[in-house]
Design a protein. Structure first.
Length: 294
């Protein structure tokens, strides 16, 4: 009889332990968010620059959660839009994350966010304001063309360093510096054919390197390399045009310009220099929509 009692005791112990472990491992409740996959600065899917747009209501999720969602989305940028517009023109919170960090400005994801509000969240009117880490961004639309007002960032001319020339693989004709490096070439073929050393680009000062040249069919062309921020080559970049537009407006003596970013996916922008503001116009197209739970 003693043996039978010990046998029963041994059999019951693992069951009690398993029950406690299961209770401790119970998953925390998750929040569901609407999410959209938008291609910006283009009218065709599989072109332009992709962005995820996550709609948030009430209050911001934690920074760690937003960073984790951006990593999971694995897109060039994930925009978080906080609903609750107020006043004329409406005002919405907007934050941008990629798989590496949070940013204080992202043009293509701002365009994508505005596209979602007007086309999927059914926002009325033709203007809105985004409250961002970098300040308010005014956005307007004319039919399906969305225009962003961004702060102009004129760059200062500097010497072309050996490190920059080695990173690009050939020397530019002019170099300018602001928060990004602007390298100017005189032949668009030079820009198209560049095969930069991304490790060397990441070692340079500034957040990234813009390369540009006169265009054919557009006023200018460009590419943008930002490997230190997780983007070897960005596809269609609004923030780089805060340097490009004042440079080309002065050089071409015109304030209205058209731009073609000649990345593998490509992007088209309509640009205006208005005092200290750069107005960037572009289209966007929805590739997909759904929900996420985090």
């Amino acid at each position: 009889m003693a043996k039978k009692k010990r046998s029963k005791s041994v059999r019951k112990a693992p069951k009690r332990a398993a029950s406690k472990t299961a209770a401790a491992a119970k998953p925390a409740p998750r929040t569901t968010f609407p999410v959209y996959h938008i291609d910006a600065f283009t009218t065709r899917v599989f072109h332009g620059n992709p962005a995820a747009v996550v709609i948030v209501s009430g209050k911001w999720p934690g920074d760690d959660l937003m960073q984790s969602i951006a990593i999971e989305q694995n897109m060039p940028m994930t925009a978080f839009v906080l609903l609750g517009g107020r006043g004329k023109g409406k005002k919405f919170g907007l934050r941008w994350f990629n798989s590496v960090k949070e940013f204080d400005l992202c043009g293509h994801a701002t365009l994508a966010a505005a596209h979602v509000l007007w086309n999927h969240e059914k926002l009325k009117g033709n203007s809105l304001t985004f409250d961002t880490l970098g300040g308010d961004v005014q956005v307007s639309r004319d039919k399906d063309l969305i225009a962003l007002q961004l702060q102009s960032r004129p760059a200062v001319r500097v010497r072309a360093t050996n490190a920059l020339c080695a990173a690009l693989g050939r020397p530019p004709s002019e170099v300018y510096q602001a928060n990004m490096t602007l390298a100017v070439f005189e032949n668009k073929r030079d820009v198209h054919s560049l095969a930069p050393d991304f490790a060397k680009i990441a070692a340079l000062d500034g957040s990234g390197v813009i390369v540009t040249a006169p265009g054919a069919g557009h006023d200018f062309i460009s590419r943008y390399f930002a490997p230190k921020h997780g983007l070897n080559e960005d596809q269609a970049t609004g923030s780089s045009h805060c340097l490009l537009v004042p440079y080309w407006a002065e050089r071409l003596r015109k304030n209205f310009l058209t731009s073609h970013q000649v990345s593998p996916r490509g992007g088209e922008l309509w640009c205006e220099l208005r005092d200290d503001r750069v107005i960037l116009g572009g289209h966007a197209v929805t590739f997909g929509k759904g929900t996420i739970s985090a």
